[in-house]
Design a binder for this molecule. Structure first.
Ligand SMILES: NC(=O)c1ccc[n+]([C@@H]2O[C@H](COP(=O)([O-])OP(=O)(O)OC[C@H]3O[C@@H](n4cnc5c(N)ncnc54)[C@H](O)[C@@H]3O)[C@@H](O)[C@H]2O)c1
Length: 264
């Protein structure tokens, strides 16, 4: 899929990976770039920077009414949506201590948001016989994230939903790709957290992620892996799940020790 002349929506588009995608899609010749974010002021500012083809809309992707509002406004202004990028995502550090309210918010923002987008956009795409979804998942959706049970689970669910969409609608003109990076230099990485420090060692810029996305969309690849080593880790997991888990246990021990030393 080429970005030229496409009408594109990006959620969580005002910062980090989403912002880099919006700028890059505009550079690639998109017909319209709809920047949506819970931070409405930042969305409007970026749309302004992009110029004539950009509009900004405030939207909490955890609310189906908000997602529907974005879709309705985009179709009113530009006639269709060619590419819907479910990029907005959040994290909550922790394991057993994660509260039900936190689990529910993670579920809404990282998973249900994708369901709301498909419900709102897919019928018109199917009627036209073309359309594309890009989900910002994470390497945590293929592997795991030691520091956050809720992030690992919801990112697996995000990937599972994308696999389901592709299986059901892939032969009806609907494309889908999932971006699965390791660390990316955005506000999501906490420089004081040893696990995030570990991710920062190999962290790439949001612009590098956008480069991989343009390439991956062009090739219509389901998995877009801006860190190529993720393919190796995923292969290791598939080859020997128990061995892979033992490796994760060792890594957890190492990082927990580092965390305890920091807390002491
Ligand atoms: N940074 C990383 O290391 C990394 C790695 C892999 C995957 N990701 C994923 O990339 C995506 C983007 O994260 P980022 O790293 O650019 O973070 P970021 O914090 O820089 O940007 C996230 C954006 O999403 C917006 N947002 C948050 N909650 C929202 C909501 N409910 N509705 C609409 N917008 C909302 C924020 O205002 C912000 O503009 C997320 O899905 C994240 O899980 C990040």
């Amino acid at each position: 899929m080429l970005l030229q002349d496409k009408v594109v929506v990006v959620t969580g588009g005002a910062n980090g990976i989403g912002r880099a995608l919006c700028r890059r899609f505009a550079d690639e010749g998109a017909a319209a770039v709809v920047v949506t974010d819970i931070d409405e002021a930042a969305a409007l500012k970026l749309a302004d920077e992009i110029g004539g083809i950009g509009i900004g809309i405030g939207c909490d992707v955890g609310s189906e009414a908000d997602v529907q509002k974005v879709v309705t406004r985009t179709v009113e202004e530009f006639g269709r949506i060619d590419l819907f990028c479910s990029n907005a995502g959040i994290t909550v550090n922790g394991g057993l201590e994660t509260t039900d309210a936190e689990w529910e918010r993670m579920w809404q923002v990282n998973v249900l948001s994708r369901v709301y987008a498909a419900r709102a956009v897919l019928p018109a795409m199917l009627a036209r016989g073309s359309g594309y979804f890009l989900q910002t998942v994470s390497a945590a959706g293929l592997l795991t994230e030691i520091g956050s049970a809720s992030y690992s689970v919801t990112k697996h669910a995000d990937l599972a939903y994308a696999e389901w969409l592709s299986s059901i609608y892939g032969r009806e003109g609907i494309g889908i790709s999932c971006i699965c990076p390791l660390g990316v230099e955005t506000d999501m990485l906490d420089p004081n957290d040893p696990i995030h420090q570990f991710l920062q060692v190999a962290a790439i810029t949001p612009e590098q992620v956008a480069d991989s996305v343009v390439e991956g969309l062009n090739d219509e690849q389901f998995l877009i892996l801006p860190h190529p080593e993720v393919a190796e880790f995923f292969q290791m997991k598939a080859d020997d799940h128990d061995r892979w888990l033992r490796g994760m246990q060792r890594l957890n021990q190492k990082l927990t020790k580092k965390r305890s030393r920091r807390a002491a």
